[in-house]
Design a protein around this ligand. Structure first.
Ligand SMILES: Cc1cc2nc3c(=O)[nH]c(=O)nc-3n(C[C@H](O)[C@H](O)[C@H](O)COP(=O)(O)OP(=O)(O)OC[C@H]3O[C@@H](n4cnc5c(N)ncnc54)[C@H](O)[C@@H]3O)c2cc1C
Length: 599
């Protein structure tokens, strides 16, 4: 459904945002949603309001049946069938609709975690890699939530180091079944699942995936973990003791299970970032309403500048994350639509086209999860003592936010992926990064020009200039670091992480700017707030980038060489600051008037 007609949205190459410039009409934004998609978003938001929020206490207390019951109610509305093809009982929706569902359902960390694991990492391996028989057998059950799905990769001694799993599978002498032995740890939905996608090494060597039904003898579920947050979700160890799995339940090919494990994480990361956006929008609503109601020194605290700054900085990061998320899914849908025109869809081709945006998915995971941590922290701060006690939801939101920086690849691992993936593409010639770096180096060796770049008169011209500066800063730092460390760059983790931070700023600021320009052209009432948030983001991005790049340069050289490079950095990162105080007030006052996120 919702097949876009002749859409101007460009399915740009993954990571190309660092090198190419886009026009507003070429990127997808939430303002471009069609009527069907708006309806889907509204239905999901209503479900969140009328079903999820009233169940919070029962869910968080793990009352038996509540989580599974809520998942099934969500399934009744088709929410768990979004990414499942129609021939297997699914709805085969476009990825934008699927993103909207995750976004607008995400008002409670526990439910988002359970729902996200079910529709993403637990269902997609089967959609992409399952045999016809496996899909016929299991997908209708997962789409309808008759069975909840679970994905078991991590073990006690191997989380980030996922290739190092110890769970073993051995083929029987008659070749009809595998015997699995091992223990998985931290498995979401473990206590409520009917089907587990489990990763094990055949003969201790060949990394492979298996579909295991709950009732299989030899499979047992351990006790629920006592976690910092997301108390309502199920997280347990899974023990496999001489667990016999029919050969028909091997998923994909022997020795290729790591492709399944890692490819599915791209979507997992993207959806996690999207869930953080929904969570942050909800938290920000609480922040604004509380600030209006709470009085101190004879007036609502919403009138204090520093409270307004909490509202505006939360809204600004949320706006950046939201702009990146919908831009990314717009590219994915544009790419899938292109392919659908060329030939019939194959599930593996869908997966490949999503994998193209691996770097954008990791960016969204890191940026989104850190954004949610900031917003929930500012919510606690806004509520003072009331933010710190269980009686109010801020305390739970603050605790729940933390897990997002750990699972689906920790943010440390994802930062390594962001820089590593781009550098790999650059070295293989898939992305003309090296050419762009060389062009920049030639440019900076020229005598300084006092031409401001010619964008001043355009809408958000200052912000466009700052974006150009952040991009150049990123390319300059990547050039210096790759020249200094060559292929050894991957071992310089601090440098890799700093580069990832600058790259994230580029994608965030550019997505925000293009959206703000689109809003300005449409004359929508939210255009003013979007422009002010883009202004705030521009200053934040360039300051952050400059600081990170200074560290990179100092790690790459010293003496005269360092001094020369710092001088180049000063030239490249030159910018005129905006009126951050005025912009903060504009954003906060719009949010306070609307009593919500102002876009
Ligand atoms: C509530 C919850 C639910 C989960 N759900 C699932 C699930 O459904 N399925 C599943 O398979 N797993 C799940 N996990 C596991 C989760 O994915 C892992 O906890 C995570 O990947 C980190 O692995 P670890 O805990 O072993 O930490 P480690 O890998 O030991 O990491 C410890 C620290 O070292 C850092 N680190 C590790 N390696 C590097 C490196 N190369 N460079 C720099 N820093 C590094 C990490 O970033 C981290 O800060 C869940 C975990 C939790 C807590």
């Amino acid at each position: 459904m919702n097949a876009p007609g002749k859409s101007p949205i460009v399915a740009a190459a993954g990571g190309s945002f660092l090198l190419e410039n886009r026009t507003p009409s070429e990127v997808f934004t939430p303002e471009d949603l069609n009527e069907d998609q708006r309806q889907i978003a509204a239905t999901a938001a209503r479900f969140a309001r009328e079903e999820i929020l009233p169940a919070v206490t029962a869910l968080e207390a793990k009352e038996p049946g509540v989580l599974a019951g809520l998942m099934r109610k969500a399934a009744d509305l088709g929410f768990t069938a979004v990414d499942v093809p129609e021939e297997y009982g699914g709805m085969g929706m476009d990825k934008t609709s699927s993103t909207l569902i995750t976004d607008h359902l995400s008002v409670l960390g526990s439910f988002s975690t359970a729902f996200g694991a079910h529709i993403g990492i637990a269902t997609l391996p089967l959609v992409w890699y399952g045999t016809e028989e496996q899909k016929q057998r299991y997908l209708p059950k997962l789409a309808s939530c008759e069975w909840i799905g679970s994905y078991g990769l991590s073990e006690a001694s191997s989380g980030s180091d996922a290739m190092n799993i110890h769970t073993r599978a051995t083929l029987s002498a008659d070749g009809t079944y595998y015997t699995l032995n091992g223990e998985k740890q931290w498995i979401t939905n473990c206590g409520v699942a009917g089907l587990y996608t489990i990763f094990a090494k055949i003969d201790g060597e060949k990394f492979s995936a298996f579909l295991i039904e709950r009732e299989t003898p030899g499979l047992s579920v351990g006790a629920e973990e006592h976690k910092l947050g997301i108390h309502g979700s199920s997280t347990c160890p899974l023990v496999l003791q001489d667990c016999k799995v029919p050969v028909e339940n091997l998923l994909g090919e022997v020795g290729k299970g790591h492709h399944i494990a890692f490819n599915v994480l791209n979507v997992g990361r993207f959806k996690l970032g999207v869930a953080c956006i929904g969570g942050a929008r909800h938290a920000l609503g609480h922040m604004i309403r509380y600030a209006k109601e709470r009085h101190a020194f004879g007036k609502p605290i919403a009138e204090f500048g520093m409270i307004q700054r909490k509202i505006s900085s939360s809204a600004t990061r949320l706006y950046a994350a939201e702009s990146m998320a919908y831009r990314t899914v717009g590219m994915i849908d544009a790419s899938l639509a292109q392919h659908a025109e060329e030939q019939a869809h194959s599930a593996r081709e869908t997966q490949r086209r999503i994998e193209e945006y691996a770097v954008e998915c990791s960016i969204l995971k890191v940026y989104g999860s850190e954004m949610l941590s900031l917003v929930t922290d500012e919510l606690v701060a806004t509520m003072g003592g009331y933010g710190y006690v269980e009686e109010y939801p801020a305390e739970r939101m603050y605790r729940d936010a933390r897990i997002n920086r750990i699972f689906e690849g920790t943010n440390e691992i994802n930062r390594l992926i962001i820089t590593g993936w781009l550098m790999k593409r650059a070295l293989s010639g898939q992305l003309p990064l090296m050419k762009a770096i060389k062009n920049l180096m030639d440019e900076v060796m020229e005598p300084p020009s006092f031409d401001a770049g010619g964008e001043e008169d355009e809408v958000l011209g200052r912000e466009a200039e700052v974006l150009a500066a952040v991009k150049k800063t990123a390319l300059f730092a990547a050039g210096v670091a790759s020249q200094r460390f060559m292929t050894g760059l991957q071992d310089e983790q601090e440098v890799m992480a700093d580069l990832a931070d600058v790259i994230m700023q580029v994608y965030g600021l550019e997505s925000a700017l293009l959206r703000a320009r689109k809003l300005a052209a449409s004359g929508k009432s939210s255009a003013g707030a979007a422009a002010a948030m883009t202004g705030l983001l521009a200053d934040e991005s360039i300051w952050l980038a400059e600081q990170a790049v200074r560290r990179v340069l100092a790690a790459c050289g010293e003496g005269d060489m360092l001094r020369t490079q710092l001088a180049i950095l000063r030239r490249v990162a030159r910018f005129t600051p905006g009126d951050a105080v005025g912009q903060s007030r504009t954003v906060a006052q719009a949010a306070i008037a609307l009593e919500r996120y102002p876009v």
